[in-house]
Each structure stands twice: as structure tokens, then as C-alpha cells.
Design a protein around this ligand. Sequence first.
Ligand SMILES: [Zn+2]
Length: 166
Amino acid sequence: MKKCVKCGTELIDQARFCTHCRAPQPMPEEMMQTGAPYAGNMMNQVPIAQGNGPKKGKGPLIAIIAAIVLVLAVGGGFAAYHFVGVKAEEDEDERSERRSDKDDEKDSKDDEKDSKDDEKDSKDDEKDSKDDEKDSKDDEKDSKDDEKDSKDDEKDSKDDEKDSKD
Ligand SMILES: [Zn+2]
């Protein structure tokens, strides 16, 4: 362990900054070379970054794999989103289609009802027409009754004449 050069807070050997006061901590040369885990990684990563050493190319390969994974993840996510979006659109279409089907069905039933109403109206008209015909016959009968009444009157009048002679 080492202590902060500024405030004396105890720090891990690999600390480059104080955890308490954020003061930069010196990294002595011997620490870089004694093989402390962090320092060792640092030592290994430098040649990789420069493209040297036995692990040559692994860094970029990992980067490429990471990029592919990222693309797949993003692409897959996009595809999934797209698929879900399309599915949702299909559902929407299906729903609206179903709705319009129902409307059509309702319209069709309304039409059917209208048609029945028309039929009923037509029967009413027919009945009215028959009523008219009956009225007309009644009129005719009334007219005959009037004629008969008139003849009766004539007869009465003759009877009166006869009575008066008596
Ligand atoms: Zn400090």
C-alpha cells in the first residue's frame, strides 16, 4: 500500500489518483516493472496497441468481433423493432379491416332492413289501394241506396197523393 502524496490517504499501489483528494500519484518505474497485475496489463497492452508482440492482431480482432456483435445486436434489435412495427401495422390493418368488415356487415343488415321496410311499404300501398277499391265500391253502394231512397220517396209521394184522394 502507498499513501497519497498530498493528503496521506491510504491508496492501492496501482492508484494513479488519490481516492480522497484526487491528487495525481506518481507511478515509480520499479512498480511498473515488478509485475503488479495492473501494471503488467499496462505493459502487455502497449505492444498490442502498437501491433507488436505475440498477441498481435488480437486487439483489433476483438474490436472487429465487438463491432460485429454490436452490429448484430443493433441490427437484430432494429430487425426485431421493425418486425414488431410491421406486426403492429399488420394488426392495425387487420383490426381496421375487421372493423370495416363489421361496418359492411352492419350496412348490409341495414340494407336488408331497408329492403324489408320497402317491402312493407309496398304492401301498405297495396292495402291502401285495396281500401280505395273498397271505398269506391261503398260509394257505388251508397249511390244505389240513394237511388232506392229516391224511388221510395217517389212511392211515398204517390201514396200521399192516393191518401189525399181518399
Ligand atoms: Zn489525497
